[in-house]
Design a protein around this ligand. Structure first.
Ligand code: AMP
Length: 208
């Protein structure tokens, strides 16, 4: 399995790069933001509670997003060749729990890649996206800046969690989409687990 965490502040380009990565590596895209917005669209109780926090640019409680990821991993475990986690984990407890969940599936996170973009560029990108995304949290500069602050104060420390495991890489998130994609692929290819060697007749004899 190949499991990648795509990291970075809102507007860094995680969604765009995820779409290219799922096609290139045949991975399942798990975006907690998308999963939460699906709950809102369905009008569930979870969605209603999450919406208030999301509209303010605040984080949804850890146990809510961890529950959604646990459910999605169970749903895809038979068929997926790996996952891209986008917007998750956003806190250290989420990262710890993700490691436990992956271990239950006899798997682990290969690497985390962070896209770095300065705040003024993020604000400009999100206000532009807000013109068509329909997302209330993309349409108000105060809320956008709060999301960036939440990222800097609560989420950025997740990078240290993966750095301690030698799995963290940062990239400049400004530049042509395809060039950033190429740099992400180069990092992922370094972290891919070696494919187990298929035994040949000769090695089978030696093993026997
Ligand atoms: P995103 O689509 O990743 O920008 O997420 C939109 C909003 O959903 C965030 O501002 C949070 O309110 C909420 N959210 C998404 N993922 C998480 C997460 N892993 N932990 C807590 N809240 C989250």
């Amino acid at each position: 399995m190949l499991n990648i965490v795509l990291f970075g502040p809102p507007g860094a380009g995680k969604g765009t790069q995820s779409q290219k990565l799922i096609a290139h590596y045949n991975l399942v895209h798990l975006s907690t933001g998308d999963l939460l917005r699906a709950q809102i669209a369905q009008g569930t109780e979870l969605g209603l509670t999450a919406k208030k926090l999301m509209d303010e640019g605040l984080l949804v409680p850890d146990e809510v997003v961890i529950g959604m990821i646990d459910y999605a991993l169970q749903a895809h475990k038979q068929t997926a060749s790996g996952f891209i986690f986008d917007g998750f984990p956003r806190t250290v407890p989420q990262a710890e729990r993700l490691d436990q969940l992956m271990a239950q599936h006899d798997s682990g996170i290969n690497c985390m890649i962070a896209l770095e973009v300065p705040e003024e560029e993020l604000v400009a990108r999100l206000l532009e996206r807000g013109k068509t995304s329909g997302r209330p949290d993309d349409q108000d500069e105060t809320k956008i800046r709060r999301r960036v602050t939440v990222y800097n104060t609560e989420t950025a420390q997740v990078a240290g969690y993966y750095a301690a495991q030698k799995k963290f890489h940062a990239l400049n998130g400004i530049g042509p989409i395809d060039s950033i994609f190429g740099q992400i692929c180069a990092i992922i290819d370094q972290h891919k687990s070696p494919v187990p060697e298929t035994p040949t007749a000769a090695t089978r004899q030696v093993q026997a």
